[in-house]
Ligand binder design. Structure first.
Ligand code: AQP
Length: 332
């Protein structure tokens, strides 16, 4: 089977609807057709300051949410990035192939370091995309299911894979992004021109999957729309309404056109009330399942230990090939 690899940060609190619709939902589907590797990227999390106890708790919380979302350890390899030391090892080699200017052009770094203040941004944050390159290449992934915000990092991965292959001989699979057009970018409910993000300016714009369902319903009902009254899919002209339609279409499996037809002559309030109910029906069992996994940390940790073992087998082989190609003396 073709292979997929992707990762998600162990965010404090909870994943948000953008993470789920843009990425995790595809991970669940792809485990049926692909040899799938998914990880909680704790090495990436420390590119910004973390409290150690919270990081540990958030790593379990992230894994619990991935299982609650439908990842099945029998069908995919689920692991924690720091359990596989090869990530950091391959990242070093990739760092040495990456141009300083090339890394400086990564827009996520520019955005995030600007938010932090140039003096406080770390070298780790700067080189984060290169670690991501290593994450992907270690598993010889064919496709990488992510949201639109990650496209540039996948491009960098392709460039570095090709560069290494040209310089040292064929070693890495050149991966393709797997980005679904419909859900590539889920927007903030209060500012529907901005990406829904954990660092949202206004918390009301962000649907956290583990929020209390009442809060969630309220956020959906107070989503920003426009001064017109017609429910129509038009991302340019009506970004707020179009975002709500996208979310509803994905969560219900109903094509957007059918939704628009059904809302003919109806007001925005009707759309928001219905969507609030749909989102609540989705997050309620998700919260319960997440809690069940958290209540049984032994099972959770053993799933992650098995995942790390499977991941390491693949990663170690790729790293050994890489070290040999680069010219490192074997440690026999
Ligand atoms: N709004 C979004 N729409 C579609 N996909 C999204 N993703 C994130 N936001 C959206 C995708 O989720 C996956 C995991 O992303 P991450 O580990 O980068 O998670 P995060 O950092 O917590 O996501 P945020 O909210 O985007 O954080 P900031 O703003 O701090 O970077 C990825 O595949 C991502 O594309």
């Amino acid at each position: 089977d073709p292979r997929v690899l992707s990762g998600i940060q162990p965010t404090a609190g909870s994943f948000h609807l953008g993470n789920y619709l843009g990425a995790v939902r595809q991970w669940v589907a792809l485990q049926e057709s692909h040899d799938a590797f998914y990880m909680v990227v704790d090495l990436h999390a420390i590119t910004v300051p973390q409290d150690p106890a919270e990081l540990r708790a958030n790593t379990r919380l992230a894994a619990a949410q991935l299982l609650a979302a439908g990842l099945d350890p029998e069908r995919c390899t689920l692991f924690v990035q720091s359990h596989v030391p090869e990530h950091a090892q391959l990242a070093w080699v990739m760092n040495c192939l990456t141009g300083f200017g090339e890394a400086s052009r990564m827009t996520q770094f520019k955005d995030k370091s600007a938010k932090q203040g140039a003096d406080r941004a770390t070298v780790g944050l700067f080189t984060y995309p290169v670690l991501q390159v290593a994450d992907i290449l270690l598993y010889q992934a064919n496709e990488v299911p992510v949201g639109e915000d990650q496209r540039q990092h996948i491009e960098l991965t392709r460039d570095l894979a090709e560069r290494f292959n040209t310089r040292f001989g064929d070693t890495f699979t050149v991966p393709a992004p797997y980005i679904l057009k419909e859900t590539a970018k889920i927007y903030d409910l209060q500012d529907p021109t901005a990406k829904m993000s954990k660092s949202a300016a206004n918390p009301k714009g962000l649907i956290n999957l583990l929020d209390d369902p009442k809060t969630t319903a309220k956020k959906v009902k107070s989503a920003v729309t426009d001064t017109d009254t017609v429910i129509r899919f038009d991302p340019e002209g009506k970004p707020g309404v179009s975002n709500l339609l996208t979310i509803m279409s994905t969560l219900t499996g109903t094509p957007v056109d059918d939704l628009v037809e059904g809302y003919e002559g109806k007001m925005y309030g009707a759309l928001k009330t219905d969507l609030a109910e749909i989102v609540v029906d989705f997050v309620t069992p998700f919260r319960t399942r997440t809690q069940e996994y958290l209540d049984d940390p032994e099972t959770l940790d053993s799933i992650l230990a098995k995942g790390a073992e499977k991941a390491r087998a693949v990663a170690a082989e790729t790293l050994a090939q890489t070290y040999e190609k680069v010219g490192f003396l074997p440690a026999k």
